[in-house]
Structure formats: structure tokens, C-alpha cells
Design a protein around this ligand. Structure first.
Ligand code: PLP
Length: 260
């Protein structure tokens, strides 16, 4: 049986915990074939971004174009789009495709390093968010996109998720994994429906790449034909299992974790 196909437009993480490497692993585990359009090469390991080299926007767009022209792509996921030029090069192709689009607005790495140029935010707002099916911001990205203060409670997360859904007219999954010892995730749909999930946090494990894994899991499950709330729910379960089953290596006196 041939698997459904998704396209991941994202950065390369040489340590294979995040970015396109995570997307490929997740899609494969969920029985989906993922094509990849590489936007940036990031020299990094969990907790340390050493260097970023963006790919020429024309080459990014050409990867997207040739993949969409050749394969029966069922859903698209975007991760680290990095610059306004890359956003601008991809957006017309995505708009024309009319495909379900899951957008992880990757802005800052857990380690604190910027993974998006400040100038790309306006390009996201004008070109990508109007064609987005589901936006998956964490609390920092939510606050940045809304222009509000830090989000520190589940009640505030809920309000902000609804506000962003209203602002852009797309479904928004507000990810509250960093809020407390419980993980809160809230899905707001443009029709006004809300879905909420809470679970215990698995502490003491590096969460590098969880956002990438979650958005590619959602795109994969949409490609299997699941409705959005079911796709989000199963993807959250999938990522929680990946964190619980993480790999840990001891090397040079340090522990290094990567999601399974
Ligand atoms: N590196 C790349 C290439 C990514 O696409 C992402 C996505 O969020 C990250 C790093 C984020 O890493 P972290 O989960 O450590 O914030």
C-alpha cells in the first residue's frame, strides 16, 4: 500500500532532534512519506545553535514547486522559514496548492537563539497566516504574534489562543508545555469551538524538537484523513510517547537527550 505524502518546508538540524530530520522520523513512524524542502542549514545540538546558513529563496521555492508538481501531496508543514525572502518565495506556491497547511511559527530555539529574522514576522502575517489551516505557537510565539505580555497561566493561554484565532481567522493550537508541571494545550477553531488537553509533564528530559515533531505529526495525521481535532489529539499523544521513550547518551561527562 502506498503511504500518503506530506511536504515539510523546514530547516536542517544536524543533531537530528528537530527540523526536517525530526519531520522525516515522525512521518515515517506514522506511516507517511515526507518530502522535504530545506530552508536553512543549522549547525546545532540540543541547547546550542552554533551557525545558520539560509538557502537561496529561489532554491527553496524550486524544491517546493518540484515536489508539489510531482507527488500527490496531501498536507504541508512549515517550520523554520527564517527570512522574509524565504516566506515570500514559498507563499504563492502554497496558496496556489490549496493544501491543508500546518504552520509552526519557529522563532526562538529553546536555547534562546533566534531562528527567525525579526523582519520575517510581517511577511508571515501578510503571506502565510491568511492561507494557514493550523498555527501552532508556543506561549512566547503567541505573545509575540499578539503583541501582548508574557503568558504565564492556562487561563491566559486560552484567552490568547482565542484572540490569535480571531486575529488571523485560522485554527490555532496554543502550546502551554512550559507553563507549569502540567502541560496545557488549547485548540481554537475559527467556528468558535475549543478543545483542551492537559497531561503531566515528563520532567528532566530535553524537549528539543517537540514543536517540530508535533506539527509534522499533525500534518501526517491530516494526510491520513483525520479531522483536525482528532489529528491534534493523536499527535499530542504521539509526541508525549516520543518524549517518554527518549534516547539518552552519556558522553564526555554530559547527558544528551533526543526524542525517540
Ligand atoms: N532547529 C531547527 C532546524 C528547527 O526547525 C527548530 C524548530 O523549532 C528548532 C531548532 C527548535 O529547537 P528547540 O526545540 O530546541 O527550540
Amino acid at each position: 500500500m502506498t503511504p500518503p505524502v506530506i511536504l515539510s518546508i523546514a530547516g536542517s538540524d544536524c543533531s537530528s532532534g528537530a527540523g526536517i530530520q525530526a519531520d522525516l522520523k515522525v512521518a515515517h513512524a506514522l506511516g507517511v512519506f515526507s518530502l522535504t524542502a530545506v530552508t536553512c542549514v543549522v549547525s546545532e545540538v540540543p541547547g546550542d545553535v552554533s551557525a545558520i546558513q539560509a538557502i537561496e529563496p529561489e532554491l527553496v521555492a524550486d524544491q517546493v514547486r518540484i515536489c508539489l508538481d510531482t507527488f500527490p501531496v496531501a498536507a504541508v508543514k512549515t517550520g523554520m522559514l527564517y527570512s522574509p525572502e524565504i516566506v515570500g518565495a514559498c507563499a504563492p506556491l502554497l496558496r496556489r496548492s490549496g493544501l491543508p497547511l500546518v504552520v509552526d511559527p519557529v522563532m526562538i530555539a529553546t536555547a534562546g537563539d533566534p531562528l527567525m529574522l525579526e523582519s520575517a514576522i510581517t511577511a508571515y502575517e501578510s503571506d502565510i497566516l491568511p492561507i494557514t489551516t493550523l498555527l501552532t505557537p508556543n506561549t512566547d510565539e503567541l505573545a509575540r504574534l499578539l503583541g501582548c505580555g508574557t503568558i504565564t497561566t492556562a487561563a491566559r493561554l486560552k484567552e490568547a489562543t482565542h484572540a490569535l484565532c480571531g486575529k488571523y481567522g485560522c485554527a490555532v493550537l496554543g502550546k502551554g508545555g512550559h507553563l507549569s508541571n502540567r502541560c496545557h494545550d488549547i485548540l481554537a477553531l475559527p467556528g468558535g469551538q475549543t478543545f483542551e488537553w492537559t497531561r503531566d509533564k515528563i520532567s528532566g528530559v530535553s524537549t528539543h524538537g517537540t514543536g517540530c515533531s508535533l506539527s509534522s505529526a499533525i500534518a501526517s495525521l491530516l494526510a491520513h484523513g483525520l479531522p483536525l481535532p482528532e489529528a491534534v489529539s493523536s499527535a499530542l499523544d504521539f509526541v508525549a510517547q516520543s518524549i517518554a521513550a527518549h534516547h539518552r547518551w552519556q558522553h564526555q561527562g554530559l547527558g544528551i537527550d533526543v526524542l525517540n
